[in-house]
Design a protein around this ligand. Structure first.
Ligand code: V47
Ligand code: SF4
Length: 369
């Protein structure tokens, strides 16, 4: 059926040629990626992305049981898209290590991952964060600790006079298992300057992730899209990730994060449409042919859209978060108290005609069906 659609007269020659490459597992070029964004029919993008998804991960849709811990909203940076830091919310808060350890101790037995990401606190060095990881690990040794974006790592390592390698090794020795993908935003210096001026560079983000991979610490990668960037910037961002993945193989998942415009200094920018979200998932799945998993972060796009995204290349719905993240509710995400139990997540996946697979943090299947 897909070949008939490609051959139909409404599809132009260039998109036909790119489609054949995708179906034959031939890597597409940056120019071809941009052409897909600009010219391809949405239905065709969905079909192509679905083919790539099928041959990469089959019919599984992954989820895990996780909890988010956000240590503080006090931040040395002041990103214009951020609704979360004390600059915007006008209210500062920070949790003590004891409070965070208590949260972890009170979690149900079924949690397999703790995700720790917060703002970049001016007074906290890497020894503080290593101690937090160590205490969380001691409290629940069986739980995977995915913690600290490259932005946090850069600041804490520099504040303590350590190289990225030394800092990451210290955190790993304390019990850190993987890094989340945040802080990537858009790998373009001019745009970074506009939306997150003082925050760390493209080079630093990529170097920290490459160093982590070489130390045996897997990571995720994100993109913040739908603000002032062009399709060229999205493709360049993915191109840098694709090249790094070719060198290390250390990325587990790619997570497109849709810019949300409430309560931040970029509120004058309209959010992109849901169709654009689906097109972006599809092109991401097609372009990043070497990153196995494409994650729809449902607290950001809502449950209905998350289900739709499964037809556009997505194979991971993240976790059973119990209202533990404020990053998106403050920025105006539809779901102000995000929470989704594993039965509900499984039902959503089954409704989409796919196979639910509870995973651990490195995509081993713990429970199927
Ligand atoms: O880097 C901040 C984004 C990220 C807004 O690795 C915003 O599994 C949209 O990285 N609109 C942090 N996005 C969250 C993050 C993440 C989330 C879920 C899973 C994983 C993972 C990582 O949140 C920031 C920034 O790009 N962000 N403000 C906003 N207004
Ligand atoms: Fe700080 Fe992160 Fe918000 Fe930027 S996005 S101001 S680094 S909390």
């Amino acid at each position: 059926m897909i070949s008939e659609i490609i051959e139909s007269s409404v599809i132009n020659k260039r998109i036909k040629d790119i489609s054949h490459k995708v179906l034959n597992s031939v890597r597409i070029t940056p120019e071809e990626g941009i052409a897909l964004y600009r010219e391809a029919e949405t239905a065709l993008l969905g079909l192509l992305a679905d083919q790539v998804r099928k041959r990469t991960v089959g019919e599984y849709v992954f989820y895990n049981r996780n909890v988010h811990i956000e240590p503080t909203n006090i931040c040395v940076y002041d990103c214009k898209f951020c609704s979360y830091s004390h600059h915007q919310s006008k209210e500062s808060w920070e949790l003590t290590v004891d409070e965070m350890v208590k949260t972890v101790l009170n979690l149900g037995d079924d949690i397999t991952e703790v995700h720790i990401v917060g703002a970049v606190h001016p007074a906290r060095d890497i020894y503080y964060y290593a101690d937090l990881v160590k205490r969380v690990h001691e409290a629940r040794p069986e739980v995977h600790i995915k913690a600290y974006t490259a932005i946090e790592i850069e600041y804490m390592a520099q504040r303590s006079g350590l190289s990225f390698k030394q800092g990451l090794q210290l955190l790993k020795d304390a019990g850190l298992n993987s890094l989340p993908g945040g802080g990537a935003e858009i790998f373009d210096d001019t745009i970074r300057e506009q939306i997150c001026g003082k925050k760390s560079s493209t080079e630093a983000w990529l170097e920290i992730h490459e160093t982590a991979h070489k130390l045996g610490i897997p990571t995720n990668a994100t993109i913040l899209y739908g603000h002032v960037e062009q399709f060229e910037h999205r493709i360049h961002h993915m191109e840098l990730l694709r090249q790094l993945q070719d060198r290390t193989g250390g990325f587990n998942a790619y997570i497109p994060l849709k810019f949300k415009n409430k309560n931040n200094e970029m509120s004058y920018i309209d959010e992109v449409s849901s169709v654009e979200d689906l097109r972006n998932y599809a092109v991401s799945r097609i372009y990043l042919d070497n990153i196995a998993h494409l994650k729809a972060y449902w607290p950001m796009i809502g449950k209905e859209m998350a289900v739709l995204s499964l037809a556009f290349g997505v194979d991971d719905l993240d976790g059973t978060i119990n209202d533990s993240t404020k990053i998106y509710s403050l920025a105006g995400a539809g779901d102000q108290n995000p929470s989704l139990g594993s039965d509900e997540i499984r039902q959503l996946i089954l409704k989409a005609g796919r196979v639910p697979a509870e995973r651990d943090s490195v995509y081993n299947i713990l429970k199927e069906g």
